[in-house]
Write a new protein. Structure first.
Length: 164
């Protein structure tokens, strides 16, 4: 029970309205090539990716499913490995060719998920891309091209689509 109290003290909860505002304000600052495709990193990046795609008028939204955290007695813990459970199909990869893609996640905590996607998946897509997350933590190894806000390293962000 003590680990549960610890997590309750360090949680930061965000509402739907706050997340929608954060996504829109972040993408409104973007001044690069026209984004024609969006990839959401599942699960956390799917909703921000959809909000952004709707806001900028992009119809094509893809997802890459990667699990890298597991529930332990200490709470959600980085497992040190990436289980890719959903990839972009070969047919869809052709649709990304020579497009400008935005890769979206909810948070760049350790940065390992972004690094994995950028190193492992993006070279085979033959496209240019930018990365974005709603939040970043100071010790992340991968700082996305765009983010809304940096949050304290010890905060656990609770998004409105997650159970508390």
């Amino acid at each position: 029970m003590s680990w549960l109290r610890k997590w309750k003290k360090t949680k930061a909860k965000y509402s739907w309205r706050e997340i929608e505002k954060a996504c829109k304000q972040t993408i409104d600052r973007y001044d690069g090539p026209e984004i024609t495709r969006v990839i959401g990193l599942s699960r956390g990046g799917l909703i921000p990716a959809t909000i952004i795609a709707n806001h900028i008028g992009v119809r094509f939204v893809y997802s890459i499913g990667i699990a890298s955290y597991e529930l332990t007695e200490e709470g959600m813990t980085f497992s040190g490995k990436h289980e890719v459970y959903q990839q972009i199909s070969i047919n869809s990869r052709g649709m990304l060719k020579e497009e400008h893609v935005l890769i979206v996640d909810d948070i760049s905590d350790k940065g390992a998920t972004f690094e994995h996607v950028v190193r492992t998946h993006m070279p085979s897509f033959n496209c240019s891309f930018n990365t974005m997350s709603v939040f970043v933590k100071p010790k992340t190894s991968y700082v996305p091209d765009m983010f809304y806000k940096q949050v304290d390293q010890d905060k656990w962000i609770v998004f409105p689509w997650e159970r508390d």
